[in-house]
Design a protein around this ligand. Structure first.
Ligand code: DGY
Length: 327
């Protein structure tokens, strides 16, 4: 039988490529940079399967070009880069990588909680500059964590894992739910409370965002939302940048409306809103939530096995349009 032809839009861990190579000839973008959209469209026309990244726009234009494509596998759990409805209309199966990066991303949210509230980055900079003059009672005073209230916006897999990690700190946990459904794990294991978004804004000391980017969540955190938060509260985002209106966040930090922000994602990656980088009250990371050895490797093998299934006409393990396989 002829081997399939697969394209990967950027180098991923070799384990995924090795898996695919058992059934396909695999080409990988040689540049360690996002693929220009025009090149993506050219590739779409030439391959049976594609693994792409959150930076690749998988839209109707892509699908029109993809005349022989049997499946598209996203190397990410977030899939706001894919027009899933358009893919379904064209009978194109698409998949993502949930589950394998849950703990890594939750740990990243905690890294930001600690770093921003305990002023870790600022303190590190002073040490490295050689300007520290010795211990002082008023130096680098930050916010408390133990016993405080953690607000989880979007209590799915990663939000749940982030909340469960608060157990060591005796925190009260609040969460929101777009469906209005209670989270049994958080309710039974943490005695958490499902609350309206406004209540969470007003009561939480740390708000950790885990909601997917949709038309409903875009700019959910704007000037009005920040105005409701405590002046001592911090906002943490490891989900998608546009959930926060970044100019409004800069203004809220500049005026002391909120205490700080820990961000792994940005509204217009790789750029940051003017003013953000000069604020001591933010910690900014280059979208590294899933960047652990095991998570990135497992994302590669899951994306590869999903694509193999789609090429062979089977339903991939983590399919975004499983209805295509209903017989
Ligand atoms: C995702 O998977 O959606 C992250 O943003 C990158 O790992």
């Amino acid at each position: 039988m002829d081997r399939f032809k697969v394209y990967i839009t950027r180098q991923i861990p070799q384990e995924g490529i090795d898996l695919l190579s058992r059934v396909a000839d695999v080409d990988v973008n040689p540049e360690d940079a996002p693929l220009p959209h025009a090149t993506l469209l050219e590739k779409a026309a030439l391959y049976d399967g594609i693994i792409g990244l959150l930076t690749d726009r998988i839209d109707a234009e892509f699908m029109d070009a993809a005349t022989q494509l049997k499946g598209y596998a996203n190397y990410a759990v977030g899939f706001d880069n894919i027009d899933v409805a358009a893919a379904t209309r064209r009978n194109l199966p698409v998949s993502n990588t949930p589950g394998v990066l849950t703990d890594a991303t939750a740990e990243c949210a905690w890294a930001l909680i600690f770093a921003v509230s305990r002023r870790v980055v600022e303190s590190d900079a002073v040490m490295r500059s050689g300007s520290w003059s010795g211990w002082g009672p008023l130096q680098f005073i930050g916010g408390d964590i133990s016993g405080k209230t953690l607000g989880i916006v979007g209590a799915g897999r990663i939000g749940t894992a982030t909340a469960l990690m608060s157990r060591g700190f005796g925190m009260k946990v609040l969460y929101t739910s777009s469906s209005g459904r209670r989270n049994d794990i958080l309710d039974s294991q943490l005695g958490a409370s499902l609350v309206p978004f406004d209540t969470l804004l007003q009561e939480a000391d740390f708000i950790s965002i885990h909601a997917p980017l949709t038309e409903q969540t875009r700019h959910m955190f704007n000037a009005e939302a920040f105005a409701q938060m405590k002046q001592t509260a911090y906002v943490i985002n490891t989900a998608r940048g546009p959930v926060i209106k970044e100019d409004d966040l800069v203004a809220a930090l500049q005026t002391g409306q909120i205490a700080g922000a820990g961000l792994d994602v940005f509204e217009n990656e790789p750029n940051m809103a003017p003013g953000l980088a000069s604020l001591d009250s933010v910690v900014v990371l280059p979208h590294i939530g899933s960047a652990t050895k095991s998570s990135r490797t497992n994302m590669a093998t899951l994306a590869a096995s999903n694509l193999i299934a789609m090429l062979q006409g089977r339903q991939p393990e983590t399919c975004l349009n499983p209805e295509l396989y209903d017989s």
